[in-house]
Design a protein around this ligand. Structure first.
Ligand SMILES: *Cc1c(COP(=O)(O)O)cnc(C)c1O
Length: 398
């Protein structure tokens, strides 16, 4: 099969084929059931085959699939209205992915300074370990050599500072700086959060220097951390925010949110997207918000998160030889391993529980936000079994 595979060989795919999903469970072609704590990398925010999402998509499919942005798409008004009411933002631009939401955020920030008579202010400060997508601009923003190598000169205008180094961030600000771009809680980088006090200081620095604060909440947003957006934990607001993944619940959907002022440079003709804001995407996005904005939903996320936190802390206590640290917030959790993270991931897979590898030797646990406490406990038992097997294996080879 490998020889006949006509796909780009850009992924190291696991040899598993899932045919069906239901809630937090994924079923293979062979009928095996896996507990899905990967959730399509934080995309399946409401799990698999959520009846409300399925109904919304089917109902829209019977009406109209695509219109383009030559016409008003009513679902865009509804979804943008709900997003702006629920956040700091006044304006929304819809995209199909996270990288496109970031592209829009970067363009919005640069265009803001341009429209104020400062075209020279186009530099954006980012943090090491960041992940903002795979386009030419967003790999430059992320600054990771492994994603930049071989793709020509790095797009100019991105200045990177060490993660969490406020002094370096201060020192990087120049007359050419337009914005600071950070993930409040890094996903790919290894579930590394910017402490809330530091996020407040970054906000203050931006205000003092006339910079726009762009937050990448593609992974940590839409309820993932137990707040609708992760920056709410710090009690600050950004000027621009990129959202995707969880907002589509599995449908390719992203959004760039901005204040009226920050978006003021984005005048007619400055930006566009063929599919962005497509009626199918809007129907699903609105259906996701029906659930996430419902009374008690975020409370549920925080409650189940507590089950995970306690369970994982206890595993860390009992397996200090295998687990270094537990990280994260809400249902965006990380196990920093003392052994190669791939080994624990494989052992977990043998117990039929899925996770996602991340930088800094971390395994991400990103279960659907709809996960029940007993399913969380079931997952913790399986992770414990994986750890026991790893320890037995280590003892056998010692
Ligand atoms: C996944 C991700 C992106 C890129 O999103 P795509 O939909 O893959 O383009 C950007 N930023 C963060 C924080 C992400 O997790």
């Amino acid at each position: 099969m490998a020889e006949a595979n006509p796909l780009y060989q850009t992924y190291n795919r696991a040899p598993m084929r899932f045919e069906r999903g239901e809630g937090v469970w994924l079923m293979t072609e062979d009928g095996d059931r896996y507990l899905d704590f990967a959730a399509g990398v934080a995309v399946n925010s409401l799990g698999h085959s959520h009846p409300h999402l399925v109904a919304a998509l089917k109902a829209q499919a019977d009406k109209v699939w695509h219109l383009s942005n030559l016409y008003d798409v009513p679902g865009q008004h509804v979804l943008a209205d709900r997003l702006t009411r629920a956040t700091f933002a006044d304006r929304v631009f819809f995209t199909n992915s996270g990288a496109e939401a970031l592209e829009c955020a970067i363009k919005t920030a640069r265009r803001y300074h341009y429209s104020k008579g400062h075209p020279e202010r186009f530099h954006i400060i980012t943090m090491e370990g960041a992940f903002h997508g795979r386009t030419i601009a967003t790999i430059a923003a992320g600054g990771q050599e492994k994603y930049l190598e071989g793709f020509g000169p790095k797009a100019p205008g991105f200045d990177q500072v060490p993660f969490g180094d406020l002094n370096a961030l201060k020192a990087a600000i120049t007359d050419a700086t337009a914005a600071v771009l950070v993930e409040p809680l890094q996903g790919e980088g290894g579930i590394r959060g910017i402490p809330v006090e530091m996020l407040r200081e970054i906000r203050a620095l931006c205000d003092a220097h006339g910079l726009l604060l762009i937050l990448d909440e593609v992974q940590c947003g839409v309820g993932r951390t137990g707040k609708l957006f992760a920056h709410e934990w710090a009690g600050i607001t950004p000027d621009i925010m990129a959202v995707a993944k969880g907002i589509g619940g599995g449908f390719p959907l992203g959004a760039c949110l901005a204040t009226e002022e920050a978006a003021s440079g984005m005048t007619a003709g400055t930006h566009g997207s063929t599919y962005g804001g497509n009626p199918l995407g809007m129907a699903v996005g609105n259906a996701v918000l029906d659930v996430v904005l419902a009374e008690g939903f975020l409370e549920h996320v925080r409650d189940v998160a507590l089950v995970f936190r306690q369970g994982l802390a206890s595993l860390q206590d009992r397996f200090p030889d295998l687990i270094d640290e537990i990280r994260g917030e809400g249902l965006m959790l990380g196990i920093k391993c003392r052994i190669p993270n791939g080994e624990l991931l494989m052992a977990m897979r043998s117990e039929h529980v899925l996770g996602v590898p991340a930088g800094d030797n971390v395994i991400r646990l990103l279960p659907p936000l709809t996960i029940k406490a007993e399913e969380a406990r079931e997952g913790l038992v399986r992770i414990e079994n994986a750890l026991v097997h790893l320890r037995e294996k280590a003892a056998a080879t010692a």
